[in-house]
Design a protein around this ligand. Structure first.
Ligand code: FRU
Length: 428
């Protein structure tokens, strides 16, 4: 791609949206965007393994699936005696299930023969015929001696759930490499100029308006050296996160063609993680997670959930709450949660995330690594955090309360009144 072509593909010029520095410079904590402080869950709610990025089994229409009364989720997991910072190097996908949306049980590791040296985040589809597909990131090359950082998007088909004798998810699974970066729309590892490149976190989405089938993922936009993007500022060009997208021409979950990114953030942020969409009231809400340390120089953001809204899937996304910030951690516990995933529940949007480093108010996550091993272990949650409740109206969002750790309500579950509601009722 020439510099010129890249210049032309900047936001607004080709139906491709962008998160601009001006928008991101408005990021600030407000009452509506700061989550309550998180305390550790009850001992019986702490899983035997450390868990972090988590996703729910969903139907084609994006709603959470209920299979014979069970909610099902998948998490990246690592042994709980491993230093938390090392977990990404050994990540394994495990399945959990619950018949009350509160107490979760392990169904064990999902695969014996997954691609990659380890598996990173993804999504899961419960198809109309009852078959289960898992989309995940194969990180590193299987068979390589050293740990490598290549990322490929993989789909596994062949999963079935049996519940006659308790809950069981089984294969035989077949693993299909679905997508690799093309080096043109999506940066390859050898083009990366700054932090490690990204090509991961596939997320299945069927557009309710068109019926078309999509796979979103986290990626980077190639910015060749000498490009005039960001006024030619090389230090800013290294921060080139994008939300990638591929289309399935037939609706087949294992067949995808790369298309132009949905949105990018060149000069703004390097990692637009775990992109996903909630469709509500005719609008497409695109959410991503990102880190304080992945913002480009001159911008200050947080570990937080960010979001954008458009009238069409390929619309001109505008940032929610003017800056994009939707939910972040309190200032005195800036890393308590990460990897947020929003989903609809009745009138509200709920947001699940994992319980990360708590009882820690350092300025950067790097400071954790300087603590003793036992202090690092003590401060890592390694389980699902409380579920946030969001009120979403047009391009505004408000955190209106939280449910307990791991509380993912069943379809017909009515949520308790929020504190604000109770205060309002008390006054009237
Ligand atoms: C976010 C993330 C994902 C990735 C996983 C690896 O927490 O960086 O993008 O799939 O962690 O552990």
């Amino acid at each position: 791609m020439t510099n010129e072509a890249l210049g032309e593909s900047r936001p607004g010029t080709r139906g491709r949206a962008g998160w601009t520095r001006e928008q991101a410079s408005r990021i600030e904590r407000t009452d509506d965007t700061v989550a309550p402080i998180v305390y550790p869950p009850a001992t019986e709610q702490i899983p035997e393994v450390h868990i972090w990025d988590t996703w729910f089994l969903r139907n084609r229409d994006g709603t959470l699936a209920t299979v014979d009364g069970y909610r099902v989720c998948f998490s990246l997991t690592a042994p709980s005696d491993l230093l938390p910072g090392k977990r990404h190097d050994v990540a394994t996908i495990r399945c959990f299930y619950s018949d009350d949306g509160r107490n979760w049980h392990s169904a064990g590791p999902v695969f014996e023969d997954a691609l990659g040296q380890r598996q990173w985040a993804g999504s899961a589809l419960y198809d109309d015929d009852g078959s289960v597909y898992l989309f995940y990131t194969a990180a590193g090359e299987e068979g390589a001696e050293d740990l490598t950082y290549t990322q490929r998007i993989v789909g596994a088909g062949g999963g079935r759930i049996e519940t006659a004798d308790g809950f069981e998810l089984s294969g035989p699974w077949t693993h299909h490499e679905l997508l690799q970066p093309d080096g043109d729309r999506y940066e390859r590892e050898d083009q990366s100029r700054g932090m490690i490149y990204t090509f991961r976190d596939p997320w299945f989405f069927e557009d309710p308006e068109t019926g078309e089938t999509w796979l979103l993922f986290e990626a980077n936009t190639p910015v060749p050296e000498g490009s005039d993007v960001c006024g030619g500022d090389a230090a800013l060009q290294e921060f080139n996160g994008s939300v990638g997208i591929a289309r399935s021409p037939t609706g087949d979950p294992l067949e995808w063609d790369l298309e132009d990114p949905l949105l990018d953030a060149v000069g703004v942020n390097q990692e637009l993680e775990r992109p996903h969409i909630v469709y509500r009231g005719g609008l497409y809400y695109l959410f991503i997670s990102s880190h304080l340390h992945t913002f480009a120089p001159g911008l200050e953001g947080f570990d937080a959930l960010y979001g954008f809204v458009a009238e069409e899937l390929r619309g001109d996304y505008v940032p929610l709450n003017d800056s994009g910030l939707v939910a972040t951690n309190p200032e005195n516990a800036p890393f308590q949660s990460y990897s947020w995933m929003a989903f609809p529940h009745g009138e509200e949007v709920l947001v699940q995330s994992f319980f990360n480093y708590y009882d820690f108010d350092g300025d950067t996550l790097d400071e954790i690594a300087h603590l003793s091993d036992s202090e690092q272990m003590r401060r890592f949650g390694g389980s699902l955090g409380p579920t946030l409740r969001l009120d979403v109206e047009g391009s505004r969002t408000r955190i209106i309360g939280a449910l307990g750790h791991w509380h993912i309500p069943l379809d017909d579950e009515t949520l308790p009144p929020t504190d604000r509601e109770l205060i309002r009722r008390g006054k009237s």
